[in-house]
Write a protein that binds this ligand. Sequence first.
Ligand code: FAD
Ligand code: FES
Length: 363
Amino acid sequence: MATESYVLKVTEVIEETADARSVVFEVPSELQATFAYTPGQFLTVAVPSDRTGLAARCYSLSSSPHSGRHQITVKRTADGYASNWICDNLKAGDTLRVLPPSGIFTPKDIDADLLLFGGGSGITPVISIARTALEKGTGKVVLFYANRDENSVIFAAELAELGTEYADRFTVVHWLESVQGLPSQAQLSNFATYFDGYTSFVCGPAPFMKAVTTALKDLGIPRERRHQEKFVSLGGNPFGDVEEVLAAQQTLAEADDADEPGDAPEPAFAGPVAIEVELDGQQYTFDDWQGDKVLLEFLEEKGVDAPFSCREGNCSACACVVLEGDLSMKHNEVLDADDLGDGIRLTCQALPLSEKLRISYNG
Ligand SMILES: Cc1cc2nc3c(=O)[nH]c(=O)nc-3n(C[C@H](O)[C@H](O)[C@H](O)COP(=O)(O)OP(=O)(O)OC[C@H]3O[C@@H](n4cnc5c(N)ncnc54)[C@H](O)[C@@H]3O)c2cc1C
Ligand code: FES
């Protein structure tokens, strides 16, 4: 089943650095509610491809929700397909098919003191959080921002402006690999010790994220104050029929076959399973989940408007917390051992492991 997607017009493409472009979408008034977002969330875009029809890729919103803008920022990945296509081809006036915002890399309390770590393109969700917290919140915001060299610093001027405007609340520490080498775990740990009680958000290349998250864990920062976003490429197509998607876009490519939905998984627990679901303040109770389809599909069949994006275990948009019983997952690219220990599961990959289950989407 495809997520409902929308064709949005690109109003601006901004060259941020030689390797990064920001893309601004026009969201018509009738879609404003659908495209409402919280800082740190991402959009999924359908990039045309002459090989597969389209390549679905997630891009974090770098704008802040209160600005009224919907801006993503894309950095070229070496030998990558979609990021280079966007940087080389997309221009104002073009259209792209887009899925509404989703994701859980977003502060619960915008007034909290925030310790943000961004590496390279990982600045994208982080600057949205910083801008929102500075403009709408009351806490202090500290940003540790690592880049290869001075020319690869995205949003350098804007960060300097925010530093001047919020001199008493905002601190940016730039770290340049060309000058200081890669930041070590010990250096990151030493830095973080100054910000006891802050809530951390980490996004960047895998080795950077590992060094930061290990440093924060070793400092004893509790799980609820450690958040991370992993940037991976989607392999499948959450947009549905490829031809239909492309027909609505200006840049048409000759479509190959759409991805076929996978075979029905083996039941992990032969149902029926009784399940209680808490979502957006509502309770749902079912007693006939047979375990022959993943939880997200079961809930959709029951008419529950459950969140999702990639449907592949790659993005965490569909995450829930298991309060009773347990769920297995067919595939998981985003949750780490801490998340699993906290009972977090991806409903798009989840099969029952017990006869009775209680889950919540409210975290
Ligand atoms: C939640 C989330 C948020 C993200 N936010 C950002 C962000 O803000 N900014 C950012 O820059 N990145 C972000 N990313 C990463 C982004 O989604 C992509 O992973 C990244 O841009 C690399 O994609 P790529 O296609 O360029 O590279 P790759 O995925 O490395 O490209 C290679 C892949 O493309 C396939 N391919 C090659 N040629 C073709 C073709 N002609 N047609 C179709 N497929 C082809 C190959 O088979 C291979 O699988 C985010 C990822 C996630 C999950
Ligand atoms: S929808 Fe992306 S992980 Fe489930």
